[in-house]
Every structure is written in structure tokens, then in C-alpha cells.
Design a protein around this ligand. Structure first.
Ligand SMILES: [Zn+2]
Length: 324
């Protein structure tokens, strides 16, 4: 699932490509039972309303809140997209082939990135007019590919958007300027009896962290994922705070993680998956120098193990990550 760095990468791409674009049409065919609330375009009635509320408006800019993409429009409406498991937005020229399955194809068959098989399950298409071209306007598309159909798309009034049910429960943003160790510690300690991995994944505690970046941050800070929050010393918690910031920033710097379906707005892969030390490294020798080979300080070689914590697949080094 896209986490903070992947969603931020998409939002940065949106801000480069679609600012000022006018939405002239919207197409969608989700045919999916995976929606719980009615305010989701998977509900045909709501999709009709969705179109009415956004067609004709212009995109001001995009912003990320936790794992949500917020696209602000000039008519005081905001499109909210949560990409969930396999969703990702892409920008380019698309053609409706009117085929029954996956009718929208990239207009250029030689665009390798947009024709990547992970990018071909287009469920939602915004037709846009871009300002400032010589001909007056250029028609392009913003599309959502979503193989598993879990994504959520809705529209919310911009006024009071952060008090809406989709966003009001979310904890602080870890990469915000005002975020600091005290806030991190106070938030984590709201779940003193929780396991640290589960607590890091809790979006009401800290926003945006998922399975990949929690495993990597715990590996980097030498903390076992099943450690109880109340048992972790302040010095260790400080290391975890720093590690969370490091792995999230690295995720953004390397263009996100494309071990699974995630692709950026050009349909291209990120490369953070090449830098994993723990996540899905089961059976590999740990890359910490102290864990790599037998030596005087350390008689054991560290091997990455996989366990399930709070129902989530979890990867850690049995050698250097201490259980508190
Ligand atoms: Zn290790």
C-alpha cells in the first residue's frame, strides 16, 4: 500500500503537472463492492453527484494528509483520493477504445511507463484542459489505475475539510516542521500497552506510516517490533523518532517504493524497494555490520525473520533488534 513517501511523490507530481487544469469530463467504472460509505464514486448515485460538483472547475493545487491525496478546486470543493492497496494516479494522453474491459489506453503505444502492465487497470479518468498552450488548450488526462479496486475517491467541501470524517481522526504529520520528539513521544505513549509496530501503524497516533516504513524504522533503531511501548527507554525512543524521519525522507528521495504496484505520476517505478534492510528480506543476512559475520563482539549472524504482529506481516533482525 502506498505510504507517506509514495503519496507525497504523487502529490509532488500533481503540483508539477495539473495546476490550473480545468476538469472538462470524468469517466469511471469501478463495479466494485469494496465501498463502505455512500460518499464514494463506487456508488453510482454518488458518482453522478461527484461529476456535478467537479466538472467545470479548475485545479488549484494538491496536498497530502496522511495517505490521502487532496486536490483543491477553485469552486471550494476538494477531491480526496486514498490509493489503498494498488491505486496510483498518472498523467498523460489517453484514448477511450470503447472496449468492455479496461477501455482506456495511453494514446502513445510506445510510452513504456504508461503501458507497464501495473498501469493498465484504469478505473477513473479526468479529462483536463491545460492552459497556456499555443493552440489555446491541450487535452490531457489524469487517470487512476487500481488493479484490486480498493481505492477511495470522493469530494468534500474545502471549508472544514480537516474536520471531515475522512481526516479528523488522523494524528500529526511526522514530516511537518512543528513535529518534534516530544510530540512523537506523547503520541506513542497514548498506547502504553501496545506493541510498537502496531502503534506506529495507527493513523490516529502518527499519520502516514505503513508496513514498509515501520519495519525499516524499527530495524534502523534496533528495536524489536513486538516491544511494548511502555518498556522502551527514552534514549531508544529518540532513536526511533530519528529513524522514522530518516526512512520517510529516504522514501521520498528515492521516488517511493515500487516493490508492489506503486508508480509515480509518469507511470515510473520508485527505487526505495532496492534499499530495504528488513521489509520482505526474510532469510537474508542482516546488513548491519555487526550482524554480517561472526566476530568478537557478536557471535551470531543476524538473519531477517518474518512474524505477524497485529495481523500484519513484520520483518526484523533477530540479532540486533532488542525486545523491550
Ligand atoms: Zn541485524
Amino acid at each position: 500500500m502506498p505510504e507517506l513517501p509514495e503519496v507525497q511523490t504523487t502529490v509532488n507530481g500533481l503540483n508539477k503537472k495539473v495546476k490550473g487544469a480545468k476538469i472538462i469530463d470524468v469517466w469511471s467504472i469501478y463495479n466494485s463492492p469494496y465501498y463502505k460509505s455512500k460518499e464514494n464514486i463506487k456508488d453510482p448515485k454518488f458518482f453522478k453527484e461527484f461529476k456535478e460538483r467537479i466538472i467545470g472547475s479548475k485545479i488549484i493545487n494538491a496536498e497530502r494528509r496522511a495517505k490521502n491525496i487532496l486536490i483543491y478546486l477553485d469552486n471550494k470543493e476538494t477531491i480526496l483520493i486514498h490509493m489503498k492497496m494498488t491505486g496510483h494516479l498518472m498523467f498523460g494522453e489517453y484514448t477511450n477504445t470503447n472496449k468492455t474491459n479496461d477501455p482506456w489506453k495511453p494514446t502513445d503505444p510506445n510510452n513504456e511507463a504508461l503501458n507497464d502492465p501495473f498501469n493498465t487497470h484504469i478505473r477513473l479518468v479526468f479529462s483536463l484542459e491545460m492552459p497556456g498552450t499555443k493552440k489555446g488548450v491541450e487535452k490531457v488526462n489524469l487517470v487512476l489505475s487500481d488493479t484490486r479496486k480498493f481505492a477511495k475517491v470522493t469530494v468534500i467541501k474545502t471549508d472544514g475539510i480537516f474536520h471531515s470524517p475522512d481526516l479528523s481522526h488522523l494524528g500529526p504529520e511526522p514530516l511537518a516542521k512543528e513535529f518534534n520528539f516530544k510530540i512523537f513521544k506523547d503520541q506513542i505513549n497514548k498506547k502504553p500497552n501496545g506493541k510498537i509496530k502496531t502503534t506506529l501503524l495507527d493513523q490516529t497516533i502518527i499519520a502516514g506510516i505503513g508496513n514498509i516504513y515501520s519495519d525499516e524504522a524499527l530495524w534502523l533503531s534496533n528495536i524489536h517490533p513486538e516491544s511494548l511501548v511502555k518498556n522502551i527507554l527514552d534514549t531508544e525512543l529518540k532513536k526511533l523518532f530519528n529513524s522514522v524521519l530518516i526512512v520517510l525522507k529516504n522514501g521520498i528521495d528515492f521516488g517511493g517504493d515500487s516493490m508492489s504496484d506503486y508508480r509515480n505520476i509518469d507511470g515510473e517505478r520508485g527505487s526505495f524497494q532496492e534499499r530495504h534492510n528488513a521489509y520482505r528480506k526474510t532469510g537474508h543476512i542482516c546488513s548491519k555490520p555487526a550482524c554480517k559475520k561472526e566476530n568478537k563482539l557478536n557471535l551470531k549472524i543476524g538473519i531477517i525473520k518474518r512474524i505477524v504482529v497485529g495481523g500484519r506481516s513484520t520483518h526484523y533482525c533477530e540479532n540486533h533488534q532488542t525486545k523491550y
